[in-house]
Design a protein around this ligand. Sequence first.
Ligand code: MG
Length: 325
Amino acid sequence: MKINMSYGSGGIQTSNLIHDIFLKNFDNKVLNKLEDSAVLQVKEKIAYTTDSFVVTPLFFNGGDIGKLAVCGTVNDLTMMGAIPRYLTAGFIIEEGTELDTIDRIAHSMALAAKEAKVKIVAGDTKVIEGNSGVYINTSGIGEIAQNGVSISNCHKGDVILLSGNLGEHHAAIMSNRMGIQNSINSDCAPLISILDNLIKQQIKVRFMRDVTRGGLATVLNEIVSGSSCGVKIDETSIPVSNEVKGFCDILGLDPLYMANEGKMIAVVPQNQAEKALAAIRNSKYGKNAAIIGRITEGNNVTMITALKGNRTIDILYGEGLPRIC
Ligand code: MG
């Protein structure tokens, strides 16, 4: 069965879509009431964010648009020191989409939400003319567990940690689009266990950010503009899997500019760097974590290359890979 315009009419077919797919998969007390808004109990200080997902193809090695829509918003909350609690999900569905496709996406969202311990408590569906496209917006609320995480806290001498291998989401999406067979999976994942472990180990995290489109190079340049400091990294310390390295060699890609969906950086005081590294490595998605550099004086990002040269790392210019997330 395919979605047609009547599924967006607000009538019986909209109701069927909501009950047979969204309530079936997202099932929770708040959502099931189907009232105009979700009424939520939260602690005093919250983080609140939103993100839209337009990735193509909808299903790719290691994930799909649904998993991405949950993990992306969960990770943005987590990066502010917040424990994600509630999400909303808005779907814009083009005519011609199979109902089964929506069901698979919703099921994947439900699994990701379960892992991230969040509830999808409100939603919306619109149907538009088109050709089987699906777009999802998620917003999320998290309760602040670690206060004061901010880019402006980065100080000269602080150490920068990266939670794992770069480039996997980007390489997986490109492989799918180009019909290349390989074993590269998107790294799409919720990063809350890393925050949990950093808090448990009482690490004073100055700043965290998930490394998404624009890649590590872009995030490091954001530190420069947000903190009035410089950044120095060491190329040989940056983790990249052999598969992604090979993929980059063939296609002339630079892992520093490739998109990720389950990687983050953390900036911590120098005297806590080793403890923070151990905390991240002991987390579900952090086993390949590494110390990749430090905050310096200056106003740019430089990298000591494998051949001991100095390279300035600019922010990503141009379009990168369109519809990567
Ligand atoms: Mg982010």
